[in-house]
Design a protein. Structure first.
Lengths: 68, 397
């Protein structure tokens, strides 16, 4: 499965946990942004690590929201 | 209230999660995502679905957040994921020998693996017990009660300048309350962050109009008809107050483990991935006392990130999977619109080097011990965090 990563930039409070968890996927400016991709488990771990629940994962094939 | 009943009571014992906060939720989610099809039952003592606590002292208290938005998941998620969420049902007794948990509704649950995630409860102060205007803050209901009381513009006295006390002070000032903070130590957070950073916090609150009474304890409580009217401090000074919040830390909520052989007054002793001395029993979050290799001691409680990761690690271990490496300790606090983040763990006596401008509330403080960086505090500098984290993890393997 491939997931599309979306960041709710209004919710993102720049905690930086996603960058720590998945540095190949996220980078931190004033808010986090997506710079790449990675294995599903890593994307989930990053999404879960976000204290602001600002990261959504969408199944690229079906468009279904899989996280949160 | 049973949100979801997983069909017929399953023959397999499955996973029982005692507690219904962040750690409980994260454990259940990790189990399902890692492919577990076992029954999962969550004993959530509160009437609410598992919800996120950090906003309770901040956005929710300020009135800017719908309480329902704090829930991690909608009811449908529990149904879809076949997670049996028992709201209003608390764990009452553990018999690890025969793997049974007795609950407050009189049932007995057998488990294959158990997560103890019953959290903590606020400490109280004996002289301030039993008054209608003395509150603590831990749960959503506590926060809604406090929010209601703050709306009348009271004179608020906060006993204890820990994170909860300081966050409430910040939020209450934003709502226009008169706020006094009483703290026994000479600076807020001194035992966690050291004297100089503690002094910075004191100045921050002073600048925002909080009356900081540092190095003081409550000597006398003046009350009338069950209502506290004021406090006299040990030096004879007084504080007039309409509302008192006690924020002097939490104790692990592990009384229900009495007699089980697991769970001492300081919490259930576990490793960073939640493993206890009993092979089928794990603990995470504030109910746990987690071993820290650096100091060789068990540290009480844990912050949001540690609780979440510890619960996820425990879930993976329950399934025989590699839990991964536990990350550096981290927490954050928001006060007066400042994002304050802290990584690692410092001790009294560590060196502190400040980079930036504390007066302008824009700096990092780096804590060192024997030439190693052991912790970093960043004020309004989130972009400094990823590099700091990498450095701390590299220097403290």
């Amino acid at each position: 499965m491939t997931y599309t990563v979306q960041i709710d930039t209004r919710a993102c409070a720049a905690h930086g946990d996603c960058v720590q968890t998945a540095p190949s996927v996220f980078e931190l400016d004033d808010v986090a942004r997506v710079i790449g991709t990675g294995p599903d488990e890593l994307l989930f771990a990053a999404a879960e690590a976000c204290p602001s629940a600002a990261i959504a994962l969408i199944d690229t094939a079906t468009g279904e929201l899989v996280y949160p | 209230m049973r949100i979801h009943q997983n069909g017929r009571r399953p023959a397999a014992d499955g996973i029982v999660i005692a507690g219904g906060g962040l750690a409980a939720q994260r454990c259940a989610e990790t189990l399902r995502r890692c492919g577990s099809e076992e029954p999962i039952r969550i004993l959530c003592a509160e009437p609410h679905r598992p919800y996120d606590r950090p906003p309770l002292s901040k956005e929710l208290l300020a009135g800017g957040k719908d309480p329902r938005a704090l829930s991690f998941r909608e009811p449908e998620w529990y149904e879809r994921s076949a997670v049996d969420l028992l709201c209003g049902v608390a764990a009452r007794r553990l018999s690890p020998g025969d793997r049974r948990v007795e609950t407050s509704d009189g049932s007995v649950l057998r488990y294959r693996k158990l997560l103890i995630a019953t959290g903590g409860r606020p400490r109280t102060l004996a002289p301030l017990l039993g008054y209608q205007n003395v509150l603590t803050l831990r749960s959503l209901d506590d926060a809604l009660e406090l929010q209601g009381r703050l709306s009348s513009g009271p004179r608020l006295a906060i006993v204890g300048a820990g994170f909860i006390g300081l966050e409430i002070a910040s939020t209450a000032r934003g709502l226009g309350a008169d706020v006094t903070v009483i703290e026994a130590a000479p600076a807020p957070l001194q035992s966690v962050l050291g004297e100089s950073i503690g002094a910075w916090f004191a100045r921050l609150h002073d600048q925002h109009g909080v009356d900081m009474r540092l190095g003081h304890t409550v000597a006398r409580v003046h009350a009338q008809a069950g209502t506290v009217r004021g406090l006299t401090l040990a030096d004879g000074s007084t504080v007039a107050a309409d509302l008192i919040v006690v924020g002097v830390g939490t104790d692990p909520d592990v009384d229900w483990l009495a007699g089980s052989g697991i769970g001492l007054p300081g919490g259930v002793k576990v490793d960073p991935n939640g493993r206890s001395s009993c092979p089928d029993v794990f603990a995470a979050g504030d109910a746990a006392a987690t071993y820290e290799a650096g100091s060789g001691t068990y540290l009480p409680g844990s912050h949001w990130e540690a609780a979440a990761r510890q619960a996820a690690g425990a879930a993976r271990l329950m399934l025989g999977l590699d839990p991964g490496r536990p990350p550096a300790a981290a927490f954050w606090t928001d006060q007066y619109g400042l994002r304050i983040q802290y990584l690692g763990r410092s001790r009294p006596g560590d060196g502190v080097a400040v980079d930036g401008d504390p007066e302008a509330n824009d700096f990092t403080a780096t804590y060192t011990r024997a030439g190693r960086v052991v912790a970093v505090l960043a004020v309004n500098r989130p972009r400094a965090l990823p590099a700091a984290r990498a450095l701390i993890e590299r220097e403290n393997p």
